[in-house]
Design a protein around this ligand. Sequence first.
Ligand SMILES: [Cu+2]
Length: 227
Amino acid sequence: MAGMARPAGLSMKLCSCAALLLLVVSCSLLPSALAEKRFYEFVVKETPVKRLCMTQHVITVNDMFPGPTIEVYNGDTLAIKAINHAQYNVTLHWHGLRQMRNGWADGPEFVTQCPIPPGGSYTYRFTIQNQEGTLWWHAHSSWLRATVHGALIIHPKPGVPYPYPKPHSEFPVILAEWWKRDPIAVLRQSRITGAPPNISDTFMINGQPGDFLPCSSQSDNDLHIMM
Ligand SMILES: [Cu+2]
């Protein structure tokens, strides 16, 4: 009979083990409980954009040039539904992001995925793991990246300080190039002739060519920086 009864010492050990297991489980749940799931819809489509006094129909995301800024926290899980209303195949790449077990969300066309055809859609799903800082996203098909790009800002997890004094304020600075021609046509001409592609007509900061070029918007070009 004595063999059937559970020794008191063993039951105390079982209790403490169970409590320890509960603590470990609750601790491991803590970071994911703080992390957010974030959903975005990126509509890739042709949009009229006026630069250098000329209106061009370029491919954008959500009619924005540069495209929308994604602002998230380390540990967040993202789902970005890309809907292709453009006349070209497209993929989106999350530049600099470590795709841990999410290789199919990385974006290079014909490398990790078939491109999204006109009229199609694809949802990129990935979790940001142990990364902080400002990256960028861009099209990874043909030269669509010329106008299909934007900032990807990853803040430290809530409650985790910056690895430097917190800045007074922050804003993305996005450098790009602008052609007076359709960039896809510039690339196509290069492939036909075998010559290097024509150089761009201007560089741009945050989608603007600057005060020295015609038809620039003065107010869009002022950046006041405190040191
Ligand atoms: Cu890239």
